[in-house]
Design a protein around this ligand. Structure first.
Ligand code: AMP
Ligand code: ZN
Ligand code: FE
Ligand code: FE
Length: 267
């Protein structure tokens, strides 16, 4: 089964609505999809419906930004109950924090002479706001020519306008997913995550490692597969498709895993 277990939609910082995302992945031959929007499960119902229509298997997903020992990690939750009250409450808090942070970013950007308005974030179905939305608003305001330039000049630590994020602990995040009957995979560990942090996460209940991801070359992918096997963890893979990054179309389907996840997370 060709799967893609890491994708984003307009419910966070992806370019495609769930129905269009499912159509695009389906055209590319994907047979099993997980939508893993940042800190929200609001797009899952639409994605599930689109998958049913397209005859594709669907795994509920979410990508939670968390921290452990001051290091930011992205945790992929899979197969949880998307209606879990405690999970929804937890994700709502993260959403509120994102909104507060983006508002402060806006204030500082305006102060720095970049005239962006709150209106820029009223996306059709959007429920998570993040720096990519700010980058687009900065471009629209004429203060940068590319996403990259917007990040480099206004959105990265070290710039005058940067606002840090308040992140939940990794242990609380893992707990919330476990309590709603899901499993947790560490997203793109090759993306600057220290080995000590990976081991720390394994120590607090990590279930899987995302071994296949565009940020990993074959060597890294082999390295994390070996680590997962040694610690008795599942392996996951996904394209991290956002629909607006260059070269992404070629990534669809390239990070599929032979099916090694517990069957109960398949819906
Ligand atoms: P946030 O969650 O609001 O801190 O935004 C993080 C998101 O911004 C990541 O998931 C990436 O999609 C994107 N991002 C981070 N750094 C860059 C960069 N240098 N260029 C483009 N996108 C980036
Ligand atoms: Zn993203
Ligand atoms: Fe991520
Ligand atoms: Fe992602």
């Amino acid at each position: 089964m060709i799967s893609d277990l890491h994708t984003h939609s307009t419910f966070s910082d992806g370019a495609l609505r769930p129905v269009d995302l499912v159509a695009a992945l389906s055209r590319a031959g994907i047979e099993c999809i997980s939508l893993t929007d940042h800190d929200t499960v609001a797009g899952l119902a639409q994605t599930r419906k689109a998958c049913e229509t397209a005859g594709i298997r669907f795994v509920p997903g979410v990508e939670i930004s968390a921290q452990i020992n001051g290091e930011e990690v992205h945790l992929l939750g899979y197969g949880f109950n998307p209606k879990s009250e405690s999970l929804l409450k937890f994700l709502n808090i993260q959403g509120e924090r994102r909104l507060t942070r983006i508002t402060e970013f806006q204030r500082r950007l305006v102060e720095a002479g970049v005239p962006i308005s709150a209106v820029d974030f009223d996306g059709e179905s959007r429920s998570t706001v993040g720096r990519p939305h700010l980058a687009n608003a900065i471009i629209a305001a004429g203060a940068a020519r590319s996403i990259r330039e917007a990040f480099d000049n206004y959105l990265m630590p070290g710039t005058a306008t940067f606002v840090p994020r308040i992140l939940p602990s990794a242990s609380e995040s893992i707990e919330k997913i476990h309590a709603s009957a899901g499993i947790v995979s560490l997203a793109h560990p090759g993306d600057y995550i220290s080995n000590q942090t990976v081991l720390g996460l394994i120590g607090i209940g990590l279930d899987a490692i995302e071994v296949k991801h565009p940020a990993h070359d074959q060597r890294l992918s082999d390295y994390y597969t070996d680590l997962a096997v040694r610690h008795n963890l599942f392996c996951t893979g996904g394209s991290d498709y956002h629909g607006w990054r260059s070269g992404e179309e070629e990534n669809i389907g390239r990070f599929s895993m032979d099916w090694e996840l517990p069957p109960n997370i398949l819906m």
